[in-house]
Design a protein around this ligand. Structure first.
Ligand SMILES: Cc1cc2nc3c(=O)[nH]c(=O)nc-3n(C[C@H](O)[C@H](O)[C@H](O)COP(=O)(O)OP(=O)(O)OC[C@H]3O[C@@H](n4cnc5c(N)ncnc54)[C@H](O)[C@@H]3O)c2cc1C
Length: 447
């Protein structure tokens, strides 16, 4: 099977690249072995909340210069501010076309989203159903906030969140109350006192009759509130529409907060990206896994997957966006960290004693979080220092950044995925305009 571009990995990095390639008319395939990190994420897009030295960032894009000084090999330092902005703006447009409206604050500052613990996390873009708390005006406009859960839902304890919120000086004078709303048919469904996950509840509330009953019960339980905060338990890809309906039925302003996986807010982004990509004519080989590849003259010529062991998949361009340890894009043995498909060169291979900080909670990064593939400025990796020209890396597999400590996960994934796609598109369009020009002569070697 021959494609213009093959993307290995169905997370936000892989799908961003795939959508951009498909938009440009390239014949594109995505191979995704399993779930992406989006199933565990808040569904907000972090761009940059902290510099490598631990300093807090309020305006992410304005901090790119300082980031480059502190970490010249950071993916953002390779792309530059303009490329990253272009990518994030493009992503917002794509998602808006899918009905998921991601917005930032007008003043170019990060905003806060509330967590299930009643604490705040800084981020850049949030979905329309997530309340954006401005950094310096956290409780502005509120006199009464209700934290509401669903009876039997095990992943959100509103009292704990309320206790933490009320400790913050910004919420002094704001009444914070809690409530638990019964799920229609709860008695018939419940097998133990604490058994529902978000996805179970979303299935029940897809039924409009049950949503009406839920709304009625919610009005009774909550009474009056300027803002009702509910865990993200609506829809599976299409929850925003359900919340709009619930707001209409109750008259409340409702916002969602992400809880434990499966994160319906993250899944909403993934579903929107996948359906848009398929709508553009892209192919997804879900549940298949890339096992190996063959190289010709410093180019990746073909790959083999678990389901296509005998039939190679061939493409002009490849992206490796297989994630970090979490998604098995990187593999840790006792004394070595490696990339398991092609054996690409890793950034650092220090002794395992230096993989982590002695203190678990530390403002600085644990070094293993920054491990990954070392790439050139075009994001091409190498094998034994030999650059592979038509293979690129994007997202969490890249070295030199820590998505958790910096709060930069989806921002790096989207911008590097987009950046790689732009390079693939440029070469593809050049080849279409000059069909007689051939790619470098292919000498067969297996990596
Ligand atoms: C628990 C958690 C919570 C997070 N929360 C946030 C957040 O709230 N906001 C934010 O901005 N960032 C967050 N991040 C970071 C961010 O989600 C990740 O950095 C980003 O999603 C990485 O995307 P990715 O596409 O590079 O990799 P992943 O999402 O990890 O996707 C990798 C994909 O590659 C596939 N794959 C792996 N090996 C193969 C193979 N051999 N063949 C085929 N497919 C393969 C995997 O199955 C998976 O589909 C979070 C990360 C984690 C782990």
């Amino acid at each position: 099977m021959k494609f213009d571009s093959i993307i290995i990995g169905g997370g936000v990095a892989g799908l961003s690249c795939a959508i951009r390639c498909a938009e440009a008319g390239m014949k594109t395939a995505v191979i995704a072995a399993g779930q992406s990190a989006l199933h565990f994420s808040s569904g907000s897009v972090d761009v940059l909340s902290r510099l490598p030295n631990g300093e807090q960032v309020n305006e992410p894009f304005a901090s790119f210069g300082e980031l480059k000084t502190q970490c010249p090999s950071h993916p953002y330092s390779k792309l530059g501010e303009l490329q990253c902005r272009e990518a994030i703006n493009w992503y917002q447009d794509v998602m808006a076309r899918c009905g998921v409206y991601l917005t930032a604050q007008a003043d170019e500052k990060n905003h806060y989203r509330v967590t299930p613990m009643g604490t705040f996390r800084s981020t850049w873009l949030s979905q329309q159903t997530v309340h954006q708390f401005p950094q310096d005006r956290l409780a502005e406009g509120f006199t009464e906030i209700a934290l509401v859960t669903v009876d039997g839902f095990r992943d959100f304890q509103p009292q704990l969140a309320a206790d933490n919120l009320s400790k913050l000086s910004a919420f002094e004078g704001v009444k914070i109350k809690t409530a638990a709303v019964e799920l229609p048919d709860f008695d018939n469904m419940q097998r133990n006192p604490c058994e529902f996950r978000s996805i179970d509840i979303s299935r029940v509330l897809r039924d409009e009759t049950k949503l009406h009953a839920f709304a009625k019960s919610m009005i009774q339980q909550v009474g009056k509130a300027d803002l009702v905060v509910l865990p993200a338990v609506f829809g599976n890809g299409d929850g925003a529409a359900t919340i709009k309906l619930l707001e209409g039925l109750t008259g409340f302003k409702i916002c969602e907060l992400p809880t434990m996986p499966p994160s319906l807010l993250g899944i909403r982004l993934e579903e929107a990206m996948k359906s848009h990509y398929k709508h553009l004519g892209g192919l997804i080989l879900a549940g298949d896994e890339v096992l190996s590849g063959e190289f010709d003259n410093h180019r990746l010529a073909k790959i083999f997957t678990r389901n296509h062991e005998d039939i190679p998949l061939v493409a002009d361009h490849f992206l490796l966006a297989s994630g970090s340890f979490f998604s098995k894009g990187l593999s840790a043995q006792r004394h070595e960290v490696s990339e398991p498909i092609f054996g690409l060169d890793m950034a650092d291979s220090t002794h395992r004693d230096h993989w982590y900080q002695p203190q678990f909670f530390t403002p600085q990064s644990h070094p293993f979080m920054k491990m990954g593939i070392d790439c050139n400025n075009q994001l091409n990796p190498s094998i034994n220092n030999q650059v592979i020209n038509n293979l690129y890396c994007a997202g969490a597999i890249l070295a030199h950044y820590d998505p958790v400590q910096e709060g930069s996960g989806s921002g790096v994934a989207i911008s590097t995925g987009y950046y790689v796609a732009q390079q693939m598109i440029n070469v593809h369009q050049h080849q279409e305009q000059h069909p007689t020009e051939t790619l470098p002569k292919q000498e067969r070697t297996t990596a």
